[in-house]
Design a protein around this ligand. Structure first.
Ligand code: SF4
Ligand code: SF4
Length: 661
């Protein structure tokens, strides 16, 4: 045992550990001062996410080559952890190792295998980032990433020859044959005094590189190495389309109240860990419809900008009253107003992000502050916000006209005190008032009647769910409408609610439980496909090629994928677009964009061109907003397609459905 080596090691560990601890203390203190976020429930699901997303690398493996290379590095990092302790022990006493584990042949094999895999992963990752340079890395810190990859390569590039030198010196505690790579490399060494010196140099180099990594990484943009697994644990476990409600009551500590995010002081602790965890991989940017169509928004750059501002102003924030400067606005400090309003809340970024960063929560919180505190939002949205508040629908129509679409269809309109029907059809504002979307309501009503379903509508008592106001950032108005609708619905106490609008579906099923409304909500595609399956509706399929456009709020936010496809298959010949299912591409209407002017290239035109490439004659949709947006896209792009809601396609495919009324 070498006391000099022990002293040197203690000094190195203390120095690097101290640098690490100093940074870790700041990072932890920033998280602890974050605003509350309820993420301690549903522990079994969190553990499952940790196993599947973090350990299993599921999201990363959606892209095979970069996913595998990252998985090699990540799994190798875990598998090789004990070798750090072994190397430190060997520095002090070259004949000692970890009890038991250090002698295991299988562990020696594991070390060799993973060292090679890590090296392969590092070289491939380096080649992808530095040579191929896919667009998703635009704006990422590539030089810093290269240095970190070099450090990781250094760890394994010293580990293998160190083991080789031990074998050459017969210091290996394991059978040499079980470490084939190190054994092969041992032939570089001849076992003399030079090998003994090399063994010391290699083990020290190995440990010093690891300690440098420990000290350096938390100060870089790559601190995700330490925080990503934590962020995955606290990621959403259910209701991905749900927004966290703001608290307007007087209950609870005043300092916990917030009106969205105005400065870094308003970020929740989860949002702070989000910013720490971004790997700058650009997967979110790659799938963002706003970014793809040339808008300013990049979800990656947004998270990076929030992190930069947090790091710039965080220390002052912790100093509190002693700080010379108050935190500055996030908009336009970190990001511009345009970036905030470009988002269609499609959730593609959240779905792709391998470390469970929740971009929509950040963006909606920025909007909440702009709208509710600063009254700053695109002027064209003003009529919608006023109409939702004043007329209970975003188009400003008279509520008394809500059931006008049903004239002549003999649809029961529920009056207060009426008994609940088997099914309550929640029509939604678009299908109630928009001339193009109304056909969906008409077809749905005809189909329900054809199948003999006992259903009714609320008529003038149905108000906007509040979704467009909420996605615009006006949480006050949303909560008022939510409370009003929940009161109406709880009085009716329906067994089942069906709705043809994915936005209503999301709000009724995922957001109203926060306001005391717990209902069995089905999208009309789910209910109608059940009726077809049960033989209560019998469509005749044609040879017409139909491509189905997944609505973001149905497929990605709420996992409704199969039911609409069953209906398409029941009425025609399905052909899929490349971006489908949970990886669908937005129509451009989400996040209240139905009422905002779009800058740059239109998202809806991009989507209808993709639909036309399938050779389909019909573009099937299951959302009134998609109906309007994609129909507009067809008109402006000149694509030869017909947009039709699946309810209308089904109604057309049923022999004389109107006759059965
Ligand atoms: S939600 Fe959609 S539009 Fe918004 S940042 Fe994410 S990918 Fe882009
Ligand atoms: S937010 Fe997620 S997907 Fe986007 S760059 Fe960061 S880690 Fe990658």
């Amino acid at each position: 045992m070498s006391y000099a080596a022990l002293a040197a090691l203690v000094l190195a560990v203390a120095l690097c550990g101290g640098i690490f601890a100093r940074r870790a203390r700041l990072l932890v203190r920033l998280v602890l001062q974050g605003k509350p976020a309820p993420r301690f429930d549903d522990v079994p699901a969190r553990v499952r996410n940790e196993a599947v997303i973090a350990l299993g690398q599921r999201k990363l493996l959606q892209r095979l080559v970069p996913g595998l290379t990252h998985a090699f590095i990540f799994w190798g990092f875990i598998a090789l952890l004990p070798t750090i302790a072994m190397a430190m022990i060997a520095i002090v006493d070259r004949t000692a190792t970890l009890p038991w584990l250090g002698h295991q042949p299988w562990f020696a094999l594991l070390v060799d295998v993973f060292a090679v895999l890590v090296l392969t992963g590092v070289i491939t990752t380096f080649s992808i980032r530095m040579i191929l340079r896919p667009k998703r890395f635009e704006g990422s810190h590539l030089a810093e990433a290269a240095l970190i990859l070099a450090l990781i390569a250094g760890v394994v590039a010293t580990l293998l020859p160190w083991h080789a030198s031990k074998i050459a010196l017969s210091l290996n505690e394991w059978p040499a044959a079980w470490s084939p790579v190190s054994n092969a490399l041992s032939h570089w060494f001849d076992g003399d005094a030079g090998t003994a010196a090399a063994e010391r140099v290699l083990v020290w180099a190995h440990v010093l590189i690891i300690l440098s990594f420990l000290a350096y990484v938390p100060y870089t943009k790559h601190l995700h190495v330490f925080t990503a697994v934590v962020n995955v644990f606290f990621g959403r476990t259910k209701a991905r389309g749900r927004l966290e409600p703001l608290r307007f009551d007087e209950e609870g500590p005043e300092e916990d109240m917030r009106l969205g995010s105005g400065t870094v002081a308003d970020l929740t602790w989860k949002q702070i860990i989000d910013t720490y965890s971004c790997t700058e991989c650009g997967r979110c940017q790659d799938v963002c419809p706003a970014h793809a169509t040339g808008k300013d928004l990049s979800p990656k750059l947004l998270i990076m900008a929030l992190r930069d501002q947090l790091f710039a102003e965080g220390p002052g924030l912790l100093d509190g009253a002693d700080s010379a400067e108050a935190p500055s606005p996030l908009v336009p400090g970190a990001v511009s107003d345009d970036v905030v309003w470009d988002c269609v809340t499609c959730g593609a970024c959240v779905h792709e992000c391998p470390v469970s960063i929740e971009h929509i929560d950040h963006i909606v919180d920025l909007r909440r502050h702009l709208v509710m505190v600063e009254s700053r939002f695109p002027a064209e949205a003003d009529p919608m916000l006023r109409d939702v508040e004043r007329a209970s629908n975003p188009s400003g129509n008279a509520q008394s006209d809500r059931a006008a679409w049903a004239e002549g269809l003999d649809v029961r309109v529920l009056e207060p005190g009426d008994s609940a029907p088997e099914v309550l059809y929640w029509v939604g504002c678009a299908a109630s008032f928009d001339p193009r979307a109304r056909q969906t309501a008409v077809s749905t009503a005809k189909l329900l009647k054809a199948a003999g379903v006992d259903f009714a509508i609320l008529g003038p008592r149905e108000c906007c769910t509040g979704d467009p106001a909420r996605r615009m950032g006006n949480e006050y108005v949303f909560q008022e409408l939510a409370e009003q609708n929940v009161e109406t619905l709880n009085a009716v106490a329906p067994t089942t609610i069906i709705t043809s609008c994915p936005h209503c579906f999301n709000t009724l099923s995922s957001e109203y439980p926060d306001f005391g409304g717990n209902y069995n909500v089905k999208h009309h595609s789910e209910f109608l496909s059940e009726l077809v399956r049960d033989g209560r509706l019998n469509p005749t399929a044609s040879d017409t090629p139909i491509t189905y456009h997944d609505s973001c709020y149905l497929a990605r936010h709420n996992d409704v994928l199969e039911a609409p496809r069953e209906l398409v298959a029941a009425v025609g010949k399905p052909v899929e677009m490349q971006r489908m299912g949970k990886r669908t591409f937005c129509c451009g209407a989400g996040g209240a964009h139905m009422w905002l002017e779009e800058r740059g290239s239109p998202i809806n035109e991009d989507r209808v061109r993709e639909a036309a490439e399938t050779g389909a004659e019909t573009l099937a949709v299951a959302c009134p907003f998609c109906t309007v947006m994609l129909d507009d896209g067809i008109r402006t792009s000149g694509v030869d397609l017909r947009v039709t809601d699946i309810a209308t396609l089904l109604a057309d495919a049923i022999a004389a459905p109107a006759d059965s009324d």
